[in-house]
Ligand binder design. Sequence first.
Ligand code: ZN
Length: 320
Amino acid sequence: METINCNLCGSEEYRVVYSMPDRLYFNDEWFTVVECKSCGLGFVNPRPTYSEIFRYYPPSFYESFEKERVFHQRRYRNQAKFLTGIPMGKDKNILLDVGCANGDFPRYMQTIGWEVEGVEVSPNSKPISDFKIYNQEFTDIPIHEAYYDAITAWAVLEHVHNPMSYFRKAAEVLKPGGFFVFLVTNFESISSKNLFREDLPRHLYFFTEKTVKEYLEKSGLELLRSDYSDQIYSMRPVNWLRYYVYRYLKKHNLKWEDIPLTRIEYFNKNKLNKNLWSNLQYAVSQNPFTLVDIMLMPLFEKYQMLSKSYGIVTYIATKH
Ligand SMILES: [Zn+2]
């Protein structure tokens, strides 16, 4: 483990926001999220070092992507929409997808006329042979000029140890007028900050539109627009009503201990299979309040998207 300063502004001053265990693999290992007092960046501190982090990404972490594969076509179409508006040259436009996992998104982009390349650092993802792939950190790829018309990073920047170096590398290899499109969680949302919906310690950084703008500015890029929606990934604000009740009636924020088991955790604990009967059992085991929470959640989510307080944001940036 290592203790770090703010990656964005270098400050050593931060306040503790919350602590929670690794929900997926090591339930007895706890991590703390802090917020920089000077710029507002959120980050895990102390955190596993670069060499320690790999044990938190076992092969099963990547298998979960593989299982969902068939349902992904719609997501790729939605992702591709963020790249419309990039000027087309007389040659094919070139895309670099950072953190491309098994390569399905770049493969989709090939079918709609793009030349594609990918970066994937994990040895646990499937080998790719149908387009150029760099199996190394994005910051280490041997390109040092404005080469790409678009760079995408879907749910990647929250995982890396040094986001600043990623922003700077993107600025270095992006062509003027090209797009850098990236999706991250939103530290301004109650899902991220209060409802324990972040995936610790795989998520190491927590951004807001303000901190994203500062990163872009420091690396010579500019924000064109931001999209707060669940059209690519979702972050359901589970327990949102509970949060407001604690906040306004009990006068304190939720702690990890106040959060009920998720459906999946309940199934695992009671060795149940996923079916209608076990879903019913889960519903009955919850206090009725939780059910109201669940029933009204879609409405609250719509409100979050409209008020730019949803848990997921896609940013579209450019270089001049
Ligand atoms: Zn800072």
